[in-house]
Design a binder for this molecule. Structure first.
Ligand code: ATP
Length: 246
């Protein structure tokens, strides 16, 4: 679905991504894990057309998306759930959702958009209860659900999520990971960027570990979960001991 080759990303003279290659298989959840500043968000920005300065190649289903503006990337089938949610606080839940579909209104798809609003409220029943409420009055977990639903309103084939678990209670994180599983079962391809390595690897099929702008480890998610270095560096000592004890 997505292939990245030798990606190098620049902020002025700083190279934040130093030659990453990776691929995302259709119908799978692929996670990118790594510490603060390892380049996860930068990589997503490059894919979405939000980063002006990068070299290498990014292909969606075999077609280059290099040089496309963000709306064109969305039209090609890629949707981003940004870090920190970035919902529009004064607008209602309904209007936030409709904005997620703005590229489709141009195609006179208003009826389909209405139907998708209904699907989003079935997927996240809390959004039905909050439908006419300003989005800024929602709890953190509800705002994250809204951000995911807004991204889905574009009808993506590839959904990118940037740290959806950030600042949320474990129970809410679990709920969000369950929703990702439901979406994957429906055929959606997902890239999940997370500092919460445990939640991400448990949800994912494959994973990449990033350190200072480079991939240092990759593999099946269950293999990474069992990897000694991953356990030590990203899953915490106790979790490692638990596994070592069998
Ligand atoms: P986090 O988990 O904190 O979001 P990340 O893995 O997503 O981290 P990035 O935000 O992609 O990492 O940052 C990668 C590197 O690029 C870091 O060294 C960061 O300081 C740098 N960087 C990010 N944004 C900019 C910017 N706008 N200008 C200059 N440097 C930047």
């Amino acid at each position: 679905m997505l292939r990245i080759r030798n990606l190098k990303c620049f902020y002025g003279r700083i190279m934040a991504i130093k030659g990453i290659s990776l691929s995302v298989a259709a119908g799978e959840i692929t996670c990118l894990i790594g510490a603060n500043g390892s380049g996860k968000s930068t990589l997503l920005s490059a894919v979405c057309g939000l980063l002006p300065d990068w070299t290498g190649e990014i292909e969606l289903e075999g077609q280059s998306i290099k040089g496309l503006e963000p709306p064109a990337v969305v039209r090609r089938g890629i949707s981003l759930v940004p870090e920190g949610r970035l919902i529009f606080p004064p607008l209602s839940v309904m209007d936030n959702l409709k904005l997620g579909a703005y590229t489709r209104y141009k195609k006179r798809a208003a009826n389909a958009v209405e139907a998708d609003l209904e699907s989003m409220m079935s997927l996240f029943p809390i959004l039905r209860e909050r439908f006419r409420q300003p989005a800024g009055t929602l709890s953190g977990g509800e705002q994250q659900m809204l951000a995911i639903a807004r991204a889905l309103m574009a009808r993506p084939r590839l959904l990118l999520l940037d740290e959806p678990s950030m600042g949320l209670a474990p129970m809410i994180v679990e709920k969000i990971m369950e929703v990702l599983e439901v979406l994957r079962s429906g055929g959606l391809t997902i890239v999940l960027v997370e500092q919460n390595a445990l939640a991400a690897l448990e949800a994912a099929d494959r994973g990449y570990v990033l350190e200072t702008g480079a991939v240092v480890l990759q593999g099946a998610a269950d293999e990474l979960l069992a990897d000694k270095d991953v356990k030590r560096a990203y899953l915490g000592k106790d979790y490692g001991d638990f596994y070592d004890a069998g």
